[in-house]
Design a protein around this ligand. Structure first.
Ligand code: THU
Length: 128
């Protein structure tokens, strides 16, 4: 769906955050901006490691930082990367579903900013 003005502002926060990414291996900087229930914006970036599998995605880093600061309810997340399409990876979708099954997700699709929901991107998420 068409992004709102608030979505675009959140996306600009994700874009700004991406400058802090630690990406010496992929050179693909990702920034995420998470909007909490009370209107706080928490950002995250991807942090890579020489032991590649230890890399942590921008979206999960934003969520874990937010949870560590006392936030567990989220309205939306925006994701920026220097690519026409930047879908959140499957692992990040599952982590999003832990806290916000109805999360709004703003990310570029084919070069255009688009808004969707986690329910659209992750049907049948694992749950007990
Ligand atoms: N990456 C993210 O930060 N978020 C995603 O949803 C997918 C991929 C990062 C991991 C790695 O540092 C780089 O992008 C290339 O895969």
């Amino acid at each position: 769906m068409e992004p709102t003005e608030q979505d675009r502002e959140l996306y600009e926060r994700a874009r700004a955050a991406a400058a802090n990414a630690h990406v010496p291996y992929s050179r693909f900087a990702v920034g995420a901006a998470l909007l909490t229930e009370d209107g706080t914006v928490v950002t995250g970036v991807n942090v890579e490691n020489v032991s590649y599998g230890l890399t942590s995605c921008a979206e999960r880093n934003a969520i874990f930082t937010a949870v560590g600061s006392g936030h567990q309810r989220f309205q939306a997340i925006a994701i920026h990367g220097d690519s026409p399409s930047v879908p959140p990876c499957g692992a990040c979708r599952q982590v999003m579903s832990e806290f916000a099954p109805a999360l709004r997700i703003i990310r570029p699709v084919d070069g255009k900013l688009d808004a969707t929901t986690l329910a659209e991107l992750l049907p049948e998420q694992f749950a007990l």
